[in-house]
Design a protein around this ligand. Structure first.
Ligand code: GCU
Length: 145
């Protein structure tokens, strides 16, 4: 059968998009140093934050509209301990001690996702370590709005 003259069945959703934000490059702010000594990262490296409570990496992300977004954090944690982080959006903690469990090696990267509410426009998403180990090595965020 030929369908002529009518657009069929393709929903258009202006909010359906996933954007990657690298931890090692602006506008992200890495509270430690940018490193590339463990392979498998995206972009040009990753954020190796300080081994301390409060060590942080902050991303600036944008959303076309206010609403829920899925934030996927790609990280590696070659230590033997969880490296949890408080997750803040626009300065308010929205998830306390979100787990970044051991991945077995510093070049074993994996993703952890959570859903957050974003405002329309520019938002900050900050990960701040809650234990003295600091954060795992943080590669990037992917934000699906
Ligand atoms: C090792 C590893 C680093 C990591 C650090 C840590 O030094 O090479 O990439 O950041 O451990 O414990 O945080």
């Amino acid at each position: 059968m030929v369908l002529a003259g009518t657009a069929v069945g393709v929903p258009t959703d202006a909010r359906a998009a996933t954007t990657r934000y690298e931890a090692e490059s602006a506008p992200a702010v890495c509270g430690g140093f940018v490193a590339s000594n463990h392979s498998g990262y995206s972009g040009s490296g990753f954020c190796d934050s300080s081994n301390a409570v409060g060590a942080a990496v902050q991303f600036t992300v944008s959303s076309p509209a206010a609403g829920a977004a899925t934030v996927a954090v790609r990280y590696a944690n070659g230590s033997s301990a969880n490296r949890p982080a408080d997750i803040s959006v626009n300065g308010s903690v929205v998830r306390s001690a979100f787990g970044f469990e051991a991945t077995g090696a510093w070049d074993a990267w994996t993703g952890k996702s959570l859903t957050v509410e974003l405002a329309a426009g520019t938002n900050t998403v900050r990960l701040a370590a809650t234990t003295s180990g600091g954060l795992g090595n943080i590669d990037h965020l992917e934000v699906a709005t």
